[in-house]
Ligand binder design. Structure first.
Ligand code: NDP
Length: 331
């Protein structure tokens, strides 16, 4: 591939939204590398998706130690693409990583100890070739480690300059309050929470978004397309190259019940009425009325990425449109 020169008009379309009461703005759509960037996926497709994302104004790429397969390979592959294409643009890009899920053998390879988080942070920096992450997350709450210890590790990550901001993911409202209290004691703000959120999974509406709002913490919603269910991907069966047909244990074809497909078809009709694809409707809905800072998507092709990012051309909803969606969702 020829050397990458970023598009001059890359900042003309995508909105940027402030993460809570921080100084940091995130693109309304961010790209995650959980799937589609492991050693099982062609490097040229990965590279094309990353290049196109940046050209569209997607300035945020989200990683974790264990993304692959195999675990670690998404960070190594990102490091390769970063070195080839993005190094001159480092200060235009936000890269995040996380620790907390199983990464290496023995008692220190997962969860929320200081030992796990800080060792994992160094490993992730080595794999990506970066000298710091913009955001470093505790990937999940650890019921057996004092929250002060886990947050202390995030505080150290920030104070050491290996991360610019601290984040948490998958914490309940109560766990978030505890994390906030511990970080406040240490004097390090909590930038952002990364929860799962889509039209098919709305747990964040039962308190978490209120908690984040009241403390001025941003939010980045992962799997806003419900891993592809909230797109046209499965409307006519299960394509051979889809996540549900592949080896990922996280989306299996038994999720595609008649009931879910009926909901997806009805949402697809609403999307058409708005002149959007279902993927675009799903993203606009997650971002509606500014409660969520960014929608954190995946994409297995440039075409999918372009389609999804174009959601930001219409993020507005009339009240009756939202009510129609609630009816389809059985609410
Ligand atoms: P999505 O819900 O956006 O699902 C992405 C998948 O949907 C793609 O791989 C593709 O499926 C399909 N798709 C995407 N765009 C389109 C389109 N326009 N038309 C048709 N199909 C489309 O997100 P992910 O589940 O991939 O998660 C996104 C990111 O969130 C992750 O990469 C990661 O960064 C983060 N995450 C964080 C977690 C945490 O615990 N903090 C957990 C999970 C994710 P196909 O591959 O079949 O083509």
């Amino acid at each position: 591939m020829s050397p990458f020169v970023a598009a001059e008009d890359r900042y003309s379309d995508l909105p940027y939204r402030r993460a809570g009461r921080s100084g940091l703005k995130l693109p309304a759509v961010s790209l995650g590398l959980w799937h589609n960037f492991g050693d099982d996926k062609p490097l040229d497709v990965q590279r094309a998706v990353l290049r196109r994302a940046f050209d569209l104004g997607v300035t945020h790429f989200d990683l974790a130690n264990n993304y692959g397969p195999p675990p670690g390979s998404a960070e190594s592959n990102f490091g390769r693409h970063f070195a080839a294409d993005f190094r001159p643009y480092r200060d235009e890009i936000l890269v995040s990583s996380k620790a907390g899920y199983l990464m290496w053998d023995g008692p220190y390879g997962e969860w929320g100890s200081r030992k796990n988080l800080l060792a994992s942070l160094d490993q992730s920096l080595a794999r990506t070739g970066l000298d710091h992450f913009d955001i470093f997350y505790s990937h999940r709450p650890d019921p057996d480690t004092p929250i002060e210890e886990t947050m202390g590790a995030l505080d150290t990550a920030v104070r050491s300059g290996k991360a610019l901001y601290a984040g948490i993911s998958n914490y309940s409202p109560e766990q978030t309050e505890a994390a906030l209290a511990a970080l406040k004691e240490l004097g390090t703000p909590l930038l952002i929470h990364q929860p799962r959120y889509s039209m098919l999974d709305r747990w964040v509406e039962d308190g978490l978004l209120d908690t984040l709002d009241s403390h001025g913490v941003g939010s980045i919603a992962y799997s806003p397309l419900s891993q592809g269910l909230l797109t046209d991907r499965y409307l006519d069966g299960v394509p051979a190259d889809s996540r549900a047909a592949g080896a990922s244990p996280f989306l299996t074809s038994d999720r595609l019940t008649e009931e879910t497909l009926a909901t997806v078809r009805a949402l697809n009709d609403i999307a058409k009425g708005r002149g959007q694809t279902l993927a675009q409707l799903a993203i606009a809905w997650v971002l509606r009325r500014g409660r969520v800072t960014s929608a954190l998507i995946g994409a297995s092709s440039v075409a999918q990425l372009e389609n999804t990012v174009a959601a930001t051309a219409n993020l507005e909803f009339a009240d009756d449109e939202l009510a129609g969606i609630e009816r389809v969702l059985g609410r």
